[in-house]
Design a protein around this ligand. Structure first.
Ligand code: ZN
Length: 338
């Protein structure tokens, strides 16, 4: 195994390094910072990174959390995994980014970068000479996607959502099979095919042929220990599956019922309203079943939302305020047992 040169660093075999990535912003200020009170003059967007160089050849894994900065559970899961891993026992390499959207994190912005509203799970590929978010995305496209073999991106329910743990895998033919196999190695009962192309992992899948997964667990702005531990275990199972390092015995839940879904249906509000869901997360629903109602401030029912097909609820807005175009509920259809 050779030394690993990346981001201006050099790691010998078996070495772990904690660094701060500095993405040049062309002199722009008020960029992402690791500490709220420091670094604003640097003109760079700062992001924590842990690099692990194994002692045997193998795959290079990129793990990201905090792309949506209010989806917390993956962040400590990555930090814990970085601490427990010993690169002297590893094959291949790992780049762990526990919090990508540092500016959103410190400003309590739930999802996008506060500087420009850029969504790192929706607006790829960005631009080299663009806004802050565009430059962060362009950095990933230039520096990360060409040198990694797999991407895992941690997310969770947005603020105000109830969420069933699930994982999305890309539909792109070149990467579909490898991504699905990886999803099946983890402790997730809901595995959903995704046609997204402009998120981090989905852009890499569609344009660089890098297989990957987007894992969702937990609810916005909460960081329950149960979710953090489950995310940590899933990361260890993925590393085991990819041949980087074995997961401890008992990490995989062999008894878990795993279902693969070919399609998910997302309902958005057709009007401003007070949303009262009629179902919860993780429930079977029948075609025509009431999913929830929208009312006005006088208690008048303005609209009813019903399931168009038989399916299974994945995540939903808890209510109450949902403006026109806002997200209401997602349910999966067309499952197959595995
Ligand atoms: Zn997210």
């Amino acid at each position: 195994m050779e030394n690993w040169r990346i981001f201006g660093e050099e790691l010998s075999p078996g070495e772990k390094k904690e660094i701060t990535l500095r993405i040049p912003m062309g002199g722009k200020v008020n960029c992402g910072v690791l500490l709220p009170e420091a670094g604003r003059e640097s003109g760079d967007y700062e992001m924590p990174a842990i690099l692990l160089n194994g002692v045997k050849p193998g795959k290079t894994l990129l793990v990201t959390a905090g792309i949506h900065s209010g989806e917390f559970a993956g962040i400590p899961a990555v930090i814990r995994t970085a601490a427990e891993l010993d690169p002297r026992e590893m094959s291949g390499r790992a780049i762990l980014l526990p919090c990508v959207n540092t500016s959103g994190f410190w400003t309590l912005n739930p999802a996008t970068l506060p500087e420009d509203g850029f969504n790192l799970n929706h607006d790829y590929p960005g631009r080299e000479d663009g806004t802050v978010g565009e430059r962060v995305a362009a950095f990933f496209v230039r520096e990360l996607f060409p040198r990694v073999d797999f991407i895992l991106d941690f997310h969770g329910g947005s603020h105000g959502e109830r969420m069933t743990p699930l994982v999305f895998f890309p539909t792109a033919p070149k990467v579909r099979e490898a991504s699905l196999a990886a999803a099946l190695s983890m402790n997730l009962g809901y595995i959903i095919e995704s046609e997204a192309t402009r998120g981090e992992y989905s852009y890499a899948a569609n344009n660089f042929g890098v297989p990957g997964l987007l894992l969702e667990r937990g609810e916005g702005y909460f960081c329950d220990e149960e979710w953090v531990e489950a995310d940590r275990k899933d990361l260890r199972l993925l590393m085991d599956h990819l041949g980087l390092v074995p997961a401890p015995a008992g990490t995989r839940d062999e008894g878990l019922h795993r279902r693969v879904f070919r399609e998910a249906v997302y309902l958005d509000a057709l009007e401003d309203g007070l949303w009262y869901p009629a179902v919860g997360k993780d429930e079977d629903v029948k075609q025509g079943q009431l999913l929830g109602v929208m009312e006005d401030f006088f208690g008048n029912r303005r609209a009813e939302y019903r399931a168009g097909k038989d399916g299974h609820t994945l995540y939903l807005s808890r209510g109450l305020a949902v403006p026109k175009g806002g997200f209401l509920i997602a349910y999966a259809v067309a499952s197959s047992e595995v």
